[in-house]
Each structure stands twice: as C-alpha cells, then as structure tokens.
Design a protein around this ligand. Sequence first.
Ligand SMILES: *Cc1c(COP(=O)(O)O)cnc(C)c1O
Length: 393
Amino acid sequence: MTDVLRGREFLHTPGPTNIPDRILRAMHKAAVDFTAPPFVAMTRSCFEDLKPIFQTQGPVFMYAANGHGAWEAALSNTMSPGDHILVPETGNFSLKWGMMAESLGLVIEHLPGDWRHGIDPEAVEQHLREDDEGRIKAVLMIHIDTATGIISDVPAVRQAMDNANHGALFMVDTIASLATVEFQMDNWGVDVALAASQKGLMCPPGIGLTACSEKALHATQSARLPRNYWDWRERMTDAQYIRFCGTAPIHLLYGLREALDMLAEEGLPRIVARHERLASAIRAAVDVWCGEGGMAFNAVVPGQRSNSITAIRVPPGYDAEEVRTAARERFQVALGGGLEQLKGDVFRIGHMGDLNEPMILGALGGVEAALQTLNIPHGRGGVTAAIDYLVAN
Ligand SMILES: *Cc1c(COP(=O)(O)O)cnc(C)c1O
C-alpha cells in the first residue's frame, strides 16, 4: 500500500454523482451578461427541455439551490400555516422533508414505516378516507428514498388518493429518480415534482427544480405561507434577474444545457434501461455477498430495490462505517453511509447518472475487497456474478 493515490476515485455516493467531462468543459467559460439575448435564449431552452424530462406540459421553476431548496419551494408555494400534510415514512428523506414542513408551520400526519418497505398505498387510502373534512392539503412522497434504497409506486399512491376521492395535492420528490427510472408527471397525476441537479442530471450541485401542475399553480394563488425567493408567481417571466430572483447561476446553466443535450441524445427509454441493467448487475453481486454470513439488502421486497441506489446491511455486530472507510481509503471507492437510524448498519452504493459497466465492476470490486479486508462474513464472488449478469443481458 502507498499513500500516493493515482487514477480516479470511483464516486458512488448517492449524490453528487459523476460529472461527465463534456459537462465540465461546457462550464469552462468566461462569465457573461446573463441578461443579454444569447444567454436568455439558452436559459429559455433549458426551461423548455426540462419539461420532457419530467414528462410534463406545465412550467418548471429553477432555483440556485440544492434539493432542500426545492423541498421548501414546493411547500411554501402551495401551503398555508396550520395545513395538514400526510407524510408516508420511507426513510430519512421523508422524515426530513416532513420536519422541514413542520418548521414552516404545517401539521404532519405520519404514516409510519420501517425503512425497509416502500409506501403501502392501502394505508394511504385508508388514512385519506378518514379525513372527512379535507384537512389534509398535500401528500408528500419520496419516489426513491436514497437513505433506504427503496422505490415506491407513484401511480399506486395516486390511485389510492383517487380511490379515497381526496383532493390533496400530490407532491413527489424525484431527486434520486429523475432521469434514472420511469417518471411521468402528467400521466401519473403528480401536482408538484421536484429534483436537483447533482443526481440523475449529472451536473454539479446547485440547481433545485420544481415542476407544477395547473392545480398546484392554482393553489399558489391562495397559499399563505410566507415566501419570497421561492415564489413561483414572481418567476413566471423571461426577465432574467426576476426569474432567478437575482443573478442567474450562469455556469450551472451552461452545465445543465450540456446535460440536457446528453439526456436527449441517449433518450429517456435508454437511460432507464441502462440504469436497470447496471443496477441488476449490482444486485447480482449483492445477492452473492448475502448468500453466506448475514449481509442483506435493506429493501426486503425485491421489486422495491431501486435502480439508482442500493442500501446493504452488514451482519449484526459489524460496522458499516468501516466498510465505507476501507472502500474509500484503501480502494478508492466512495460510498454512502447509513443515515440516522441506519448508521452503522448500512452502507450504500449509488448507481445513478454517468455510469457504465466497468465503472460498476470497479465499484463492486472495491466493495468486495473492503469486505474481505475487514473479514466481514460474505459470499465470495460477487463481482463474478455481476460479470455473468452483464454478459448474459
Ligand atoms: C439527495 C436527496 C435529497 C437532498 O438533496 P440536497 O441537494 O442534498 O438538498 C432529497 N431527497 C432525495 C430523495 C435525495 O436523494
């Protein structure tokens, strides 16, 4: 071993994700007058080309912010103090979005979850049926909860709301799912979808996005939560200084423009298929690791294991943080750790964005080497299983 590191670190944190060289180069430009016509035209094209990514006809709003900013934008634009919202618990991200809502003056109704299963649509339906007076104004759903590696079923939750004949707004956090798995905002009846630049969109962190339905735009007229920076109403203009509530994030927009071109070249169906294939190779490896000695997928139900992030439990008595440290320091693979109640129990392999087969095999090799280094009981040959999967599919 040497302390001089060569080559690239393999980045498998579940955000930020790898930024393609094309995007980095696209940002390597001098600053410009962001109110001059060429840049205004480019900005407008970004707003337009984001719509097919969300699969919506409605407007998309862009903030110089991360995902937390998009969370606050979604809430502050549509809710009033004291409004109730329903938060099905899927993991740390549902918890944190709910806590933010609470701090803004909303009242949270929790649907408890065990962080190992997706949202139960029947529980949503039942809870909404009991809300005769319509006090619940929104359902907050995390499509892929990055803390747990679990994907929940958006159309099924929509169906549950419809079955209960409930008029709440349907808000979906697609931060870890947009441009990695299927998401159809309009067809699936989503009122607010939100995202951030540094996950499936392959950009640096710093752009938060909200996409809105007619119903959400209508709700913003009567919503009474204080808002200024986030206010959609102010931002519906081509006047650059107003639509960004100040200086536009010029270089992030150059990057986003390139990312949108790259997404269009590959096309959403192929992007979704690539994520599915690479995630399946990872799951083939994890299956082998789990075969002996007590490692496990955090997501109990195979169909709920997401294609953008895999959360893996170490056997009881072992520390997942050590896997993370060994993978990073000895084998140059950066992983995610367990968040909150999963800390120490779970490590996470992010697999969204600009990735291909050898990158996945490299990451799996680093993880398997870390497991071996630490003598964590696991089935040997995970990387071979991943290769077998990729060869056969
Ligand atoms: C990453 C992530 C967030 C938080 O995004 P930030 O940009 O870190 O604020 C929220 N929700 C999900 C599902 C995420 O994956």
